[in-house]
Design a protein around this ligand. Structure first.
Ligand code: SF4
Length: 380
């Protein structure tokens, strides 16, 4: 298949998750909604079901969810509930609700109340201290609870062998996505910001065997191309999510390529693999424990600003000339971390801009002006 045809397949999946959900249900599969962040999707796959990412929507307006949520909840969380209430996600067989931030914690209970008898809601609390032995045990206990709840939905036991197999499938998928991100940088004339986003977004709505097969084919095609001599600007993107094609179109309009990302919906989700030997439940706990340099996770060494330096190095190593931070409105973790990130970028002499965004934005006039000016600055 040509690059164009492969990217088109990913773009169709990314643009229409509802159709994708229906497709799997028509095949007789059960599907489990997985809200952000760090849910062990491997357990869903091991249970023979399809994990289905829930990252809000760029096409909906919050209406029914307002009855359950304070107005200062971010739009991602509110739109997840909106889609559960308005029927968009009616075909789901259950939903996993992680609780890693101050919005997701109450939201997990709002969803439980709103869905009541309609949909099993599986609560997931990650430990703050994820690395010590007691943190690993806590994670294993939580994941064991998820495993049991998934068994109730699927009606069959989830075996250790199936989890070990799922870990291998996911590691392969994560490796393919890391490879794609590098190839997208080397071939940013072909993989534009909109296409890059679509390829990575599609991963949330496809079983990983199917997704990885398609992505491996795309990576092979890209590897065969000569590295492009990009004359425009290159940036690193940072934030929770930046998948709105209208926003990314502005990048394309001003010849800005994405060299790498520090985005929760993209690279932060596939940086770390799980060990492929030993107890598979502990392997999943270790995979979570080894996550690092993330706004959402406790860092024992936060006073040394390791995360800020990590992001600054990402900019330098990827060949980008600056960073664009997409700051979700009302996202406390991102807002609180910003001064540290700014300091690290300033210390490293890396220019950046911060754009306030949410998923109900329809007018990107201000963002256009800011991005155009930023492109001029970093191109000098
Ligand atoms: S965008 Fe921020 S506030 Fe909303 S769910 Fe994510 S981390 Fe929590």
């Amino acid at each position: 298949m040509s690059i164009e045809a492969l990217v088109k397949e990913f773009a169709e999946v990314a643009a229409n998750p509802k159709a994708q959900l229906k497709k799997y249900k028509d095949q007789g599969k059960k599907c489990i909604g997985v809200m952000p962040y760090f849910a062990p999707e491997e357990l869903v796959a091991a249970a023979g079901m399809v994990p289905f990412g829930m990252w809000g929507s760029n096409d909906k307006t919050i209406s029914q969810a307002k009855e359950y949520c304070a107005t200062f909840y971010c739009t991602i969380a509110q739109l997840d509930l909106e889609m559960l209430l308005d029927g968009t996600l009616d075909l789901l067989d259950g939903v996993i609700t992680p609780t890693i931030c101050d919005t997701l914690r109450p939201m997990s209970q709002n969803i439980r109340v709103a869905m009541s008898e309609k949909l099993p809601c599986i609560f997931l609390a990650h430990p703050q201290n994820r690395k010590p032995a007691f943190g690993l045990k806590f994670t294993v206990d939580q994941y064991t609870h998820i495993r049991k709840e998934l068994e109730k939905i699927s009606g069959a036991p989830v075996t250790d062998e199936a989890i070990s197999e799922a870990i291998k499938v996911y590691n392969k998928s994560r490796a393919a996505r890391r490879e794609f991100v590098k190839l997208a940088n080397a071939h940013c004339d072909v993989i534009t910001p909109i296409k890059r986003s679509a390829v990575l977004k599609a991963a949330w709505f496809m079983p990983k065997t199917e997704y990885t097969e398609l992505l491996t084919a795309l990576n092979a095609e890209l590897s065969a191309l000569p590295v492009c001599d990009w004359k425009g600007a290159k940036v690193v993107t940072s934030g929770i999510i930046c998948d709105n094609p209208k926003l990314l179109q502005i990048f394309e309009d001003y010849n800005i390529a994405i060299a790498a990302d520090d985005v929760a919906h993209e690279s932060r989700a596939f940086r770390v693999d799980a060990p492929e030997s030993g107890d598979p439940m502990m392997a999943l706990a270790q995979q979570f424990a080894e996550q690092d340099f993330d706004v959402l996770l406790y860092d024992e060494q936060s006073s040394s600003n390791r995360r800020g330096e990590f992001v600054a190095n990402l900019v330098k190593e990827s060949g980008a000339k600056g960073l664009v931070l997409f700051m979700q409105q009302f996202c406390d973790p991102e807002e609180m971390e910003y001064p540290s990130l700014k300091k690290a970028l300033d210390d490293a002499g890396i220019p950046h801009i911060r754009l306030g965004v949410d998923q109900q934005m329809r007018d990107f006039g201000q963002a256009r002006t800011a991005i155009q000016a930023f492109a001029d600055v970093i191109s000098l």
